[in-house]
Design a protein around this ligand. Structure first.
Ligand code: PGA
Length: 255
């Protein structure tokens, strides 16, 4: 399978931004701008925005995602939300293992794996994030780290379930910093992720899996990034909060 056959996914990650009313307004603004997209368009929003976002996106090509999910089905886990709950309110995608969760909320490779399994078992699509810190890159561990994170995240994920997995390569040093990986660095990182999938599932599965780049992707650099052979779209933070910028990125991935 060639890059052209893989579905590019452009996913916004709103992080801790927007009230439900603001979410509705932003989605209404985005809908006509991305209506012609030839890629998957996803907006991952804060939990409380989900009902408003699902309602605003109804009938459009925008899919709604969450930014995290707990790995247990129910129980005494104050503050957490299960995969079934997300499904019940119309969520289709969920981001798992974002570096901010790893950095600030104790997320580990093992819990990323548990969340991935819970989400897939509930019928959600996952956007699993992997990425190296600047220190790890400078020490020369990027390839080993990306392969390790990818393989642990996918432990016990079946080949059939892999079809519902998107992986986002997000170098930690490029997230929210305005420093973007060069297109070649993005392509190389995504290639390491794809190689890990090949080692675990075989070449065909690796060719078919969608691997996004994330980290300061914006309206100006999206074209070059998504033109790379291993880059199947992007996970977009800051630029997904502006309808015009986000739609330019969607257009870049639709070419
Ligand atoms: P950024 O965030 O585009 O603001 O760098 C990307 C992400 O965190 O997914």
């Amino acid at each position: 399978m060639k890059k052209e056959c893989r579905k590019a996914v452009i996913a916004g990650n709103w992080k801790m931004n927007k009230t439900p009313a603001e979410a509705k307004a932003l989605i209404e603004e985005m809908k006509p701008l991305v209506a012609d997209a030839d890629c998957e368009v996803v907006l991952c929003v804060p939990y409380v925005d989900i009902p408003a976002a699902v309602e605003a996106a109804a009938g459009s090509n925008i899919k709604i995602g969450a930014e995290n999910v707990h790995f247990k089905a129910s129980g005494a886990y104050t503050g957490e939300v299960s995969a079934e709950m997300l499904k019940a309110v119309g969520v289709e995608y969920v981001i798992i293992g974002h570096s901010e969760r790893r950095q600030y909320f104790g997320e580990t490779d093992q819990t990323v794996n548990l969340r991935t399994l819970a989400a897939l078992n509930a019928g959600l699509k996952t956007i699993v994030c992997v990425g190296e810190t600047l220190e790890q890159r400078e020490l020369g561990y990027t390839e080993a780290l990306l392969k390790y994170q990818t393989k642990i995240a996918l432990t016990n994920v079946t080949a059939e379930q892999l079809k519902n997995v998107v992986i986002a390569y997000e170098p930690v040093w490029a997230i929210g910093t305005g420093v973007t990986a060069t297109a070649d660095q993005a392509d190389e990182g995504n290639g390491f992720v794809r190689a890990a999938v090949a080692e675990a599932y075989g070449a065909d599965a690796a060719e078919a899996v969608t691997v996004q780049y994330g980290g300061s992707m914006n309206a100006k650099n999206a074209d070059e990034l998504v033109s790379k052979i291993n880059v199947d779209g992007g996970l977009i933070g800051g630029a997904s909060l502006k309808a015009a910028d986000f739609s330019v990125i969607v257009k870049a991935a639709s070419k």
